[in-house]
Design a protein around this ligand. Sequence first.
Ligand code: NAP
Length: 320
Amino acid sequence: MKAIRVHEFGGPQVLKLEDVSDPKPGPGQVVVRMHAAGVNPVDTYIRAGVYPRKPVLPYTPGLDGAGVVETVGEEVKRLKPGDRVYIAAGLSGTYAEKTLCLESQVHPLPQKTSFSQGAGLWVPYGTAFRALFQKAEAKPPEVVFIHGASGGVGTAAVQFARAAGLTVIGTAGSDKGKELVRKEGAHHVLDHNAADMTEHLMALTGNRGADVIVEMLANKNLGKDLQLVATGGRVIIVGSRGPVEVNPRDAMMRESTVKGLSLWAATESEQASVHAAIYAGLENGTLRPVVGQEMPLKDAPRAHEAVMAAGAHGKIVLVP
Ligand code: NAP
């Protein structure tokens, strides 16, 4: 089969399409024939060798994907060949024609959800759900400010928050992104590059600030977030690409809380909540994963450049 292989950490050019042997399932494992693989920013950090979790070289990237179960090993109970599924992590990487997974990493994909949509579920929707409900414990009618709402995690957070009865304010950095954020359910949309963004946010919240801030670029925004969060509010750090200076007094005055989030740290029962919420939302139509761009598997280097560029518009998906 064909798969993307990385033999050395480095730039996007280290992603090579190669022939590798087909995976075979052991006990408790399944092989999924991939119809789509989701591209996440974390895939680029791992590829560059700057992420704390480093795979053994050579490896195939990819944590997200969707397809059809091809073969199952002994002791597999929940799944059978032919099942439509999405993958949450997996053992052998999703940028491939087939991928090996533990049974517990494979989840049913509703008929009405396309494979490309299924490739954007675990990391984006898992992170969005964890931020809003497991970390911030957001409750209607609170106001949630999704700082970076046009990308994978952001659109997922907008949909989850809107369906839960929260008031949603989302940001994007392009007109196309702002249009998307509004379409996906934000009550108000702001531009995170605009000089007067903070004044708009305070005006929209009657000068209270947001009860919950879901932050995609904390190294740029955390200092400001501490001034934009309401008294007793929660700032959830989802993304950060460097250090930042903050004034702790801003948090003291508001008795606000700053929490970091790692999807890797979700316990088994937290993961089970995430998957149940994803399935229910896909079935009832409140979750509608947005596929921004589909590319052939061989274009993985281009996909890695695109996912790190400004102007996000939903998910980038590789189609084997
Ligand atoms: P993505 O699809 O590439 O989207 C990136 C988002 O960040 C876009 O909405 C982009 O908006 C926005 N952004 C750009 N400049 C910004 C600014 N100055 N202020 C606020 N937002 C800004 O990425 P993603 O999959 O949504 O992931 C978002 C971040 O979360 C990444 O850094 C990722 O590594 C991290 N993440 C962390 C975890 C975890 O476990 N902690 C899990 C998943 C993701 P425009 O392009 O419209 O400007």
